[in-house]
Ligand binder design. Sequence first.
Ligand code: G3I
Length: 331
Amino acid sequence: EEAMKDRAGRAGMLFGVAVRASQLREDADFRAAITRECSVITPELELKWAWLEPQRGQLSFTDADQIASFAARTGKAMHGHALLWHLSIAPWAAEALGDNPDWTIVRRFLASVIPRYGEVTNTWDVVNEPMEMGHRMDGLRPSPYLAAFGPDYIRRALEDARLFAPRAKLFINEFGLDYDFQVERDKRYLLLKLLEGLKKSGAPIDGLGMQAHLEIAKQAHFDPRALAQFFDDVGSLGLEVRISELDVKEADGTLPTAERDARVADAVRRYLDVAMANRAVGTIGCWGLTDRYSWLESPGGKAGANRGLPLDSALHPKPMYHAISEAYALR
Ligand code: G3I
């Protein structure tokens, strides 16, 4: 069977997967599967500020370097995830920014990480999850960055990222945009306003990452027309879309396995039918390749037993895998 990266390639697209350095180090079969299937890999943890610089001034690039050199060795790109994220800011930095809103603290971090991976990384999630409904009219999420610098922190981060990576594509990455709930409709609307404002002000933004963490329990609220409209709106701004963290959280772990896998694949197929119809979408990325390492808990609460990724725990392709490969054939 043709590898996913080759299917993607024939469609003029990419197939991405999040990995951890420890998985690449310790699991030869996994390493082989990643080598075979992916065109781009995303460090799941290793580029986050708290991970890279746990103590001020003490940067540890070992894990990130390993992923970068694996990518280079195997002819893949590395997707840079995620520079500014409220959940991964180094605790010392959050505290320092609270005391003194000094942008050079942020700039020093961006300057130390972005150029280091300039060879292998041509896409960056510059700001991750900037939106949260229910706080402000503009929908921006309260965070150490917003508190210190106001809404302009997003533009400033993009400007700096452009400075340090002149040829890379710069993304804002967001979740909770996929379903027809009021809160998600509001989030789509306000995110579009944000993107529009950034474009108008000349900020260097190239695209939107749609995390696409799907959930079987929400599928009754999947509205392909609303989603298609959103892709259109983003594309109309001249922005590219990456499906950045696709996976499916199951609702019922007691069903027969074949039924569970069929539901997961169906959710993915319906989503990708919409995504593939829009030329703005250039990458499909999953938040993991195999159920062996899923971050999702099973419906019963057991870690690692969710079946929401393309390969099962034995690294065999499941219906979700075929749903993705068939989606590429739509181009
Ligand atoms: O490795 C340490 C371990 O040594 C320690 O004993 C343990 C105690 O908490 O923590 C372990 O680190 C955890 C790490 O995952 C590895 O398991 C961190 O606490 C935990 O915060 C971290 O969670 C990651 C999370 O981002 C925060 O960085 C998830 O694995 C990762 O899948 C998740 O990814 C996010 C994306 O970045 C953004 N979009 C949503 C996505 C899923 O939440």
